[in-house]
Structures are given as C-alpha cells and as structure tokens.
Design a protein around this ligand. Structure first.
Ligand code: HEM
Length: 406
C-alpha cells in the first residue's frame, strides 16, 4: 500500500460537499499529521489552533517563491500559477525584506480611510444587483449577487474600467483554478499572459494620467518610497484581484448558506442588524473560503506543536480545521453569532495576515445585510445537503445557491 493510500488525501471528493468531518478526523489524529501528495511527496498538515498560530508566525516557514520553486522542483510538481514567472514577484510569495517593503507600500495606499470611503459605493453596487433580482421569485444568489459584487468592488478600488470587468472575472477565475488537462493548463498560461499585458498597459496609462484610485496611489507610493518596478506593480495588482475576488464570493455564499440552514438565526439577524459584524466573523470561522488551508515551506528544521518537521518540506496550515478546534472554540461546529470572539484564522495570522480583511468585512456586511433586508422571506430552494462547492478551485466557493425569495 502506498503512503498516499494509507493517508487520505488533503483535498478529497468531499471538497464538493462538507470537508469538515475529514478535517475533524485529521485534528483528532494529531496536532501535525503527515500526509502524502498523490506522487508520494510528504506534506505536514498542522491541524489545531495552537499549531496554526505558531506555524503562520514562524520565520523559518517561508513563502518565498524561489525557495518554494526548489521544493516544487524536488517533488517534480508544478508550481501554482501565482508563484510562477512575473507573478512570483507578489508580496504573498515573498519573505522579508521584500515582503516588508511591498506590504508597507501597499498599506500606505490601501488605507482604512480609502476603504471606509468605499462604503456608499459598495452599498450602491449591492442595491443595483438586488434590484436586478427583485423581479424573480427564485434566483441563484451566487450568479446574481455573490459572484458579480466583489468584481465590481475590485474594479472600483483599483480604477479598472467597468466595461472590462467580465474579462477580469474570467482571468481571476482561471488563475485560482487547478488546471488538470494540457488544454486547461494552456488556458491558464494564456490568462496569465493576457492579464499581465492588460494590467501593464493600464499601469502605463495611469502613470501618464493618474486618477484617485488605488492603482494610481500604488504607483505614487512606489515612486516615493524606493521605486517599484512595473512588473512588481503588475504582480501586486494581479494579487489584489485574485486575493479579493473569489475569497469574498466564498464569504458571501458560505455565510448565506450557513444562515439559510438555520431560519431562527436568519430571523435574529433580520430583526437586529447590529448582529451583522459578529455574524460575519462567525461565518468566516465556521466555513472560511481559504480551505483546506495555507501553504508554507520549511527553510530549516522547525518544531510545531511538539512535532519536528525537517527542512525543505511542504507544510500545510489547515486553518478551517483550526477554526473548529474544540480546545479553542466551544461547540465549534455550531453557528453561534453571539460568540463575540473573532480570533479565527480565516484571514491568516502573522506577517501575511490578510491585507484586505477590512474591505472583505465591509463587503460581507453590506452584501448579506442588503439581501436580508430586501428579501426577508428568503429561504433555500433546494435541500441543504444538495449544495455543491467548486472542486477545482483553491477556494471554497459554492457552485450555486438557489433560493426562493417570496
Ligand atoms: C492574504 C484570506 C479578501 C488581499 C490573505 C491570507 C488569507 C486571506 C488567509 C493569508 C495567506 C497566507 O498567509 O499565505 C482572505 C479572505 C478574504 C480575503 C478569507 C475574504 C473573505 C481579500 C481582499 C483583498 C485581499 C478583499 C484585497 C482586495 C490580500 C492580500 C494578501 C492577503 C494582498 C497578502 C498579504 C501578505 O502577503 O502580506 N488573505 N482574504 N484579501 N489578502 Fe486576503
């Protein structure tokens, strides 16, 4: 029997349904469990909250692209799209000091003020989409609402022309997929090239004619601090689009379905919208979109939660498993919007903690708040057990969320 068969795979068929029972089994098996990828490459899965905190803050667990490339080469596997070529120069694929420099620069432009200044615009987008579905008795809320809204927000944030948002949506979907066939791989390669060219042209244009959106602010911040190469800017813009799109679709969709499974909780939120902010944190804890988790690579031997992991290995932090760790959260499998403890790991932890978390929270609150207000009698149009999540995505995003509105 091979390692891969003895150890259940990291991403299983149940990824389309409910992977949490499998995550729970991994957590019960140990704080760090060794699995194998289908080709036999070992992968060390950190399953509990305490270990996840240690791993995500550990300086010897790297994100750096060149380093990761070596681990991928040694294992004969292909690197994920975001780590190859020009895209490897993004902050999520960097360690300090590059990471510190890139992150400082974005933080300077992507301020709390810029995000809170977007509130009215985000509300207008949500109203516009809700107006579009108001005439129907039944709708798929992923297609009609959760999927289009974050792209509208990203276009607005960066200053990407609105007419181009369908192209952006398609590129970001391709870049976060798992290509399997040669044809699919070629399609992803083409999308990387086209997306890069598109953003490169947009950046040149904004250099000549700056506007007051984030892309122009990034160009200005880069010039001011220590000069940012255009390819670093392209990689950063691509990262912002993909980090901010499907994840937010996942937050809205997963949050809504969790709520629709529990009409009593739906009613509580409908009757008291001050519960929205804690509800968003609870949706993220219970079923966050970054699932099965967050990858790292060991630069040298490290000890995590009592287990020694050798140098040069894949380490996988199972944030969704940690978010249901009974040692950290009481009755962890229940949706409890009164929990009042938002210290989940859905946005990560440590130096790479999600830079877009305040925007994601704003979008989640406005999206779910608007839908509940506009469609107070909303309910699932299919049995909850028949809901399916996309298997070929790196995020946990529903295919469809059919609801009845009246
Ligand atoms: C990083 C989750 C929305 C931009 C991360 C990480 C997680 C995460 C887990 C850390 C990854 C790691 O440590 O390897 C989420 C979730 C979102 C969301 C669950 C929605 C619910 C957004 C949005 C944006 C964004 C809306 C921006 C428009 C980023 C960036 C990073 C990041 C730039 C990299 C930070 C760094 O490397 O220092 N996100 N994210 N995210 N996220 Fe988000």
């Amino acid at each position: 029997m091979t390692e891969a068969i003895r150890h259940p795979p990291l991403i299983g068929a149940d990824q389309e349904g409910d992977p949490h029972p499998r995550y729970a089994r991994a957590r019960e098996e140990g704080a760090v469990v060794k699995r194998s990828l289908p080709d036999g490459t070992p992968i060390w899965c950190v399953t509990r909250y305490s270990g996840a905190l240690q791993a995500l803050g550990h300086p010897d667990l790297s994100q750096r692209s060149e380093y990761a490339a070596e681990v991928f080469r040694a294992s004969g596997r292909r690197e994920p799209t975001l780590r190859r070529g020009i895209l490897a120069r993004n902050m999520l694929a960097s360690d300090p000091p590059d990471h510190t420099r890139l992150r400082r620069m974005v933080s300077q432009a992507f301020t709390a003020r810029r995000i809170s200044g977007m509130r009215d615009q985000v509300q207008r987008f949500a109203d516009e989409l809700a107006d579009g579905i108001a005439v129907h008795d039944e709708t798929d809320l992923i297609a009609s609402f959760a999927f289009p809204m974050p792209v509208m927000v990203i276009c607005e944030l960066l200053g990407v022309p609105f007419g181009d948002r369908d192209r952006l949506r398609r590129w970001s979907q391709l870049l976060t997929s798992f290509p399997v066939t040669d044809l699919e791989r070629a399609e992803v390669e083409q999308a990387v090239a086209d997306f890069g060219d598109y953003l490169g042209a947009l950046i040149s244009d904004r250099r000549r004619r700056p506007d007051d959106q984030l892309l122009s602010a990034l160009i200005a911040a880069g010039d001011e601090i220590d000069g940012l190469a255009d390819d670093e800017l392209v990689a950063m813009a691509v990262l912002l689009v993909i980090a901010g799109h499907e994840t937010t679709v996942g937050l809205i969709g997963n949050g809504l379905q969790a709520l629709l499974r529990r009409p009593d909780q739906f009613a509580r939120l409908r009757d008291d919208d001050t519960r929205l902010a804690p509800a968003i944190e609870e949706f993220l804890r219970l079923d966050g979109p970054v699932s099965p988790g967050i990858a790292r690579f060991s630069k040298r031997e490290v000890e995590i939660d009592g287990t020694t992991i050798p140098a040069g290995q894949f380490v996988f932090v199972m944030a969704p498993a940690a978010n249901r760790d009974p040692a950290r959260f009481e009755h962890p499998d229940d949706l409890d919007m009164t929990r009042g403890d938002g210290r989940h790991l859905a946005f990560g932890h440590g130096p790479h903690y999600c830079l877009g978390a305040p925007l994601a929270r704003l979008e989640g609150e406005i999206a779910i708040g608007t839908l509940i207000r506009r469609f107070p009698r909303m309910r699932l149009a299919v049995p909850a057990e028949s809901l399916r999540w996309r298997a070929k995505s790196v995020f946990r995003v529903l295919h469809e969320l059919p609801v009845k509105l009246t």
